[in-house]
Design a protein around this ligand. Structure first.
Ligand code: RIB
Length: 326
């Protein structure tokens, strides 16, 4: 089985301010540190998957500047094929202003820059020869930090290649039915799940996950995963619901943990795991990522994950669902 993962998404330089606590509106607080890290949800997913051993191609856009070069170097060093990342003149690379507090929690503002220039035509060009970026793809991983026209084109190209299409609905936005129909696995955190279902406080325990599964299915999605940070996650599969425990770790920075989960999930689905086993693995990878600073610098390799993986394997949900996608 081809285990190639294709990621179509954003690349951002993360400008990270550390502080004991988040500033309140109108307040200035003294920080404890500053760093520039390679980030962006798409690039993070790609690097996370590659570090775990998957063969990964990244489709995206950066500007012709130092941030763009930082991002290309980081992805390349992780083994990601960046030949379908365009460098665009006259536009800055995307940036994210991130504040991380003493508990490792973050808040993020992004300015898309070159990410906004990734459209349907650019994805079509990446899909066509000579790049043929989707050829042999087993999983396609998507997020909403690039225009939805690009996301839809990528989902269709993934389907045409026979890949499992994973959509991380982040940052949350409504999406059209034609995109929903192309999604094999929906990935959301509790906040995004609440936004999707029009509910407040989703993820607060106890939660009626059967009701959540019904709500997600009513919107046209098949299998879904809701990540719950330190409480692990829940797989809302076709055949049932599985709660997944997280590792107990001392988190220093949660930035990019969700992207680490997405990349690990894509890597394991591409390798042939069922959804539940892949989610169990991704939970461990994401928890380990919170123990180090930054997004891409924090992702573990396969040996680290294997060493912390619970012994018993999940029953699995089988192959991801397929619905009609045109
Ligand atoms: O999910 C974390 C990522 O969100 C950061 O790397 C930042 O660039 C934003 O895209």
């Amino acid at each position: 089985m081809d285990s190639t993962v294709v990621v179509v998404g954003s690349l951002n330089a993360d400008l990270v301010f550390s502080a004991d606590r988040m500033p309140a509106p109108g307040e200035t607080v003294a920080g404890t540190g500053f760093a520039v890290h390679p980030g962006g949800k798409g690039a993070n997913q790609a690097v996370a998957a590659a570090r775990l051993g998957a063969s990964v191609r990244l489709v995206g856009s950066v500007g012709d500047d130092a941030h763009g070069r930082l991002l290309l170097a980081s992805a390349t060093a992780a083994g990601v094929d960046v030949s379908s990342v365009r460098t665009v003149d006259g536009v800055p690379t995307g940036v994210a202003g991130i504040t991380v507090d003493a508990e490792g929690e973050n808040s993020i503002v992004i300015v898309p820059g070159a990410n906004a220039l990734l459209g349907r035509d650019e994805v079509a060009e990446a899909a066509a020869p000579p790049s043929a970026a989707f050829a042999g793809a087993a999983a396609v991983c998507l997020c909403l930090e690039v225009p939805q026209a690009a996301v839809l084109a990528a989902a269709r190209a993934g389907r045409a290649a026979g890949a499992a299409v994973i959509l991380n609905l982040s940052p949350y936005a409504g999406i059209p039915a034609e995109l929903v129909a192309c999604v094999d696995v929906l990935l959301v955190n509790a906040q995004e799940a609440g936004q999707l279902l029009g509910q407040d406080g989703l993820g607060a325990e106890p939660q009626d996950w059967e009701l959540v599964r019904a709500g997600v299915a009513h919107l046209g999605f098949g299998p879904a995963i809701v990540t719950l940070g330190p409480r692990g996650g829940v797989v809302l599969g076709r055949e049932g619901i599985a709660q997944i425990e997280s590792l107990r770790v001392d988190a220093v920075d949660t930035t990019g943990a969700g992207d680490g989960f997405a990349g690990a999930l894509a890597a394991r689905l591409a390798a042939g795991d069922g959804l539940e086993d892949a989610a169990r693995y991704a939970c461990v990878a994401a928890a380990l990522a919170t123990m180090r600073h930054g997004a891409q610098p924090s992702y573990p390799d396969a040996d680290e994950v294997r060493a912390r993986l619970p012994r018993e394997a999940g029953a699995g949900d089988g192959a991801a669902a397929r619905s009609s996608c045109q």
